[in-house]
Design a protein around this ligand. Structure first.
Ligand code: SF4
Length: 263
């Protein structure tokens, strides 16, 4: 979705990532959070499951109180929602699409598709944009197939986008308060899954062309996505991200000589 060149390196050429590339801690933390919820269908958590998930995804041991607080708040909210998660990590596999949906949940009057995110802060602006979100709409495109496969009862009601906040608090009370989950419900009537599917098919067509040998385009605006350098930085920029560029000079007020200042 972001850079054809990156797609080419990862999916077609399958070249190694840069030697200084590090999987983000935040990503591994999120995976551990997902894992515990998956194993309990969002109904509970335990020290044992937390420790196993942390070990599996190599999460820093100091993150344990934070993970516990987030799971505690999440499970409370999930129970209060009245939803029953019937499947986690539901795979959609078609010739044009391969993805995993975080969870499918049954309500008394219909059912939902859901996604879990962990984030440093809650930003209200996402609420205004979510009904057009690509992933939300793409998953919703598969609602009829999901309903059939899992024998969901009632109509597809929409999407539950759940964002759990990672507090930086250093005390148990601070962590308990600072790690809420926001359960954002987007009704099916607001979604435009067919538009998202058309856009996806267009991209899929480009992917097929790339597999057939068409030269990929670089998107230099995507090199710092998620606030960290692309895993293939060196192939586009000529050196590792962690290496300095001696040819380039950075001028600051302090570094300029008097004569340069005087022109
Ligand atoms: S460094 Fe930038 S242009 Fe190159 S593959 Fe990565 S995202 Fe694309």
């Amino acid at each position: 979705m972001t850079c054809q060149q990156k797609y080419f390196y990862n999916k077609i050429a399958k070249v190694a990532k840069d030697s200084d590339y590090e999987e983000g801690d935040a990503m591994n933390f999120g995976k551990a959070f997902h894992k515990v919820l998956e194993l309990t269908l969002h109904t509970s958590y335990s020290d044992k499951l937390i420790l196993e998930a942390m070990a599996e995804f190599e999460v820093d041991r100091f993150s344990r109180p934070l993970l516990t607080a987030m799971l505690d708040n999440y499970v409370k909210l999930h129970k209060a929602s009245g939803l029953k998660v019937v499947r986690c990590e539901f795979q959609i596999l078609t010739p044009e699409y391969n993805g995993f949906i975080d969870f499918i949940a049954q309500a008394s009057n219909g059912w939902y598709i859901g996604d879990n995110k962990t984030a440093a802060t809650y930003k209200e602006d996402i609420v205004k944009r979510l009904h057009l979100d690509e992933q939300v709409n793409l998953y919703s495109h598969f609602a009829p197939e999901i309903a059939r496969a899992l024998e969901m009862k009632g109509p597809y009601l929409g999407f539950r986008y759940r964002q759990s906040i990672k507090s930086k608090a250093g005390t148990p009370a601070g962590l308990a308060k600072g790690t809420p989950t926001y359960d954002i419900e987007i009704p099916a009537s607001m979604l435009k899954p067919e538009e998202a599917w058309s856009a996806h098919l267009e991209r899929h067509g480009i992917a097929v062309e790339l597999h057939n040998g068409v030269a990929p385009k670089r998107n230099l605006n995507a090199c710092m996505d998620y606030f960290r350098p692309c895993e293939h930085w060196s192939k586009c920029y000529g050196r590792l991200y962690s290496e300095s560029a001696p040819e380039i000079t950075i001028h600051t007020l302090e570094s300029l000589t008097d004569s340069e200042l005087l022109g």
